[in-house]
Write a protein that binds this ligand. Sequence first.
Ligand code: PAF
Length: 313
Amino acid sequence: MILRPHSFLRLYSSTAGNGLKILRTISEVRAWRRTALESSQDVSLVPTMGALHSGHEALVQAAKSLTDKTIVSIFVNPSQFAPTEDLDQYPRTLDSDLELLTRLGADAVFVPSVEDLYPSGIPLDQSRQVGAFVTVQGLSEQLEGQVRPQFFRGVATVVTKLLNIVEPERVLFGQKDAQQCVVVKRLVKDLHINSVVHVVPTVREASGLALSSRNAYLTEQVRQDAAVIYAGLNQGLELYRSGETNPELIINRIKDTIKTKFNDIEYVTVSDLETLQDIKGKIWPIKGALISLAVRVPNQFGDQTRLIDNILL
Ligand code: PAF
């Protein structure tokens, strides 16, 4: 049986060791926020789905260096999962997450219930959903959006809710989810949300594999083989640095490298950094570009896990 975060929380008092405030409800967060405001302390928010790893650690550390107070949200957001995806299987490790946040010196953690964040309910089948949702058109349909059509609507919706609840001066995301960063920046701009978005570099294993909560699904062998993904991205970068500006040739080099270990490459794309549209013909060094990819690798459940990664040119 999978215990949902809010049922776990009944076991905890409102303060874990070292002063980490555990906030369960929206009104508790608003009261905490008001106290910070009244004492002229600015706040960073680090939104997460838990199963925290060193990538999240880097986000919390960056947040602590930016503002007086840091609040982390832990919420496995149903609306960004399709009915066929891994919502139930998604790792939930609240005990160790709270320990890590205490050790890092985060000030508060917001662990809301699904019912609180989605007062109109949230069936996974999008055609049955009612209520308010946020879409960032033009940036959500390509790349990850092609394979996960409801993903960015779910992310944009929950991030908007969290920003409305916490009203942080700053909000931090990891570069590993590059499209998510672009989508969130646009939603903050277009909806006039009064928070600055910060993007923190991807944290990697020694092999180069980007850290992800879903790496927990992999066997040790696949985890080692998956180093080939970042190696491929770096070969693309090297080719570009040696003067190659044709995206197709760069993409082919990356695919060839990855295919030495994995055949199921969903996409490798060279895109414009702002519009996320494919760059055709030539990469202009003055504009730069984003190479992003998704690869399906075998997992320990006899199924496949999608790994995503990216690099900036
Ligand atoms: O990147 C994630 O962990 C999630 O997409 C986010 C931003 C916490 C929204 O659920």
